[in-house]
Design a protein around this ligand. Structure first.
Ligand code: PEP
Ligand code: MG
Length: 324
């Protein structure tokens, strides 16, 4: 698949109406990093750090994590890497942590909730990231933030870790950006000051869609029932775009839908400027974007909405078929 799109690999994802969409890749292991050059991704928009914890049978040590994150940054050759702090719980259970017996793990004690309630691991991870990025830019993102106080508390942990590095006399990162994943509907309604305080937001579409429709992302039967191109969901995403535009907050989308060409084109058309996806999807998504007029596509989306259609997919498919 990578060879097929080789001719556009180094070209920008610029649409027919002249908008350039940022295309980044999702990663989780050192082995993913070579795809950064091969795919033409601008950076790593989501580095899922939990995989490093899941592939071991004991808790990694801080120096091991720091060495790994440092190698990830080396392999990125200066391209931006967004490290997402540990997102465990729910479907991702660490073999060496006591399992929680929770009736609804997806709605349970997971991700940043664990990180704030038992901050030992989060602190260790932040220290490792700061160490790894010494003298280089560092970008960190907190998963599953449901209310803005969780972000403030997590960022306070980062500030404390940074102060500690300074006291210890370690070289600190050249610049630090701290953002949040928007994957619960509640966060879209956070106060303005939240949107102003985050350095960036990334929509975790897999979880956001699951909670928006109350449909388990692991359950094929209910998951397939609700289309990402459903008018209600797109309207909700447009509201998030509007809030980010109003507060000048950098926004991206890093769920699986970002890697599906038709969905990706629609996400770009409603104003999401950056998409992050599996490396093999970059070529196909870029190919579609380069053949699409996003202004026209947005008009098609709004037309279907105004006609009361449930999903904009049929109208979008027809438009893309005729246009490309
Ligand atoms: C998401 O929820 O869309 C996401 C990118 O995170 P994960 O798939 O790891 O939950
Ligand atoms: Mg998620």
């Amino acid at each position: 698949a990578l060879e097929r799109y080789a001719s556009i690999r180094d070209k920008p994802a610029t649409t027919l109406d002249g908008k350039t969409i940022g295309l980044h890749m999702n990663a989780g292991l050192m082995a993913d990093l070579p795809s950064l050059d091969g795919s033409g991704a601008e950076g790593v928009g989501l580095f899922r750090t939990e995989l490093q914890f899941l592939v071991r049978n004991q808790m990694p040590k801080r120096h091991e994590l720091a060495a790994l994150y440092s190698r990830v940054l080396d392999a990125a050759h200066g391209k931006r890497v967004v490290f997402r702090t540990l997102d465990i719980g729910s479907d991702k259970v660490l073999p060496y942590m006591k399992p929680n017996d929770e009736p609804n793990p997806a709605l349970g004690w997971r991700a940043i909730r664990v990180g704030l309630d038992k901050p030992g691991v989060l602190r260790m991870q932040l220290q490792a990231l700061l160490r790894a990025a010494a003298g280089r830019p560092l970008t960190v993102m907190f998963p599953f933030v449901a209310q803005y106080e969780e972000f403030t508390a997590a960022r306070a942990e980062m500030d404390k870790a940074l102060a500690r590095e300074k006291i210890l006399g370690h070289v600190i990162p050249q610049k630090i950006e701290v953002g949040a994943m928007l994957e619960t509907p509640s966060l879209a309604f956070a106060p303005d000051k939240f949107f102003e305080m985050v350095d960036f937001l990334s929509i975790g579409g897999n979880d956001l869609k699951q909670f928006f429709f109350a449909a388990d992302r692991e359950n094929e039967r209910v998951r397939r029932r609700y289309d990402t191109l459903n008018v209600s969901f797109l309207t909700f995403l447009e509201q998030i775009v509007a809030r980010c535009e109003a507060s000048n907050t950098a926004l991206s989308f890093c769920g699986e839908d970002a890697g599906r060409p038709i969905e990706a084109a629609c996400l770009a058309a409603i104003g999401i400027p950056t998409l992050s996806m599996r490396p093999a999807s970059i070529g196909p998504v870029k190919n579609v974007l380069r053949r699409t007029n996003l202004d026209e596509l947005r008009a098609v989306i709004h037309g279907a909405r105004d006609r009361g259609e449930m999903s904009v997919r049929p109208a979008v498919m027809e438009f893309l078929r005729n246009g490309a």
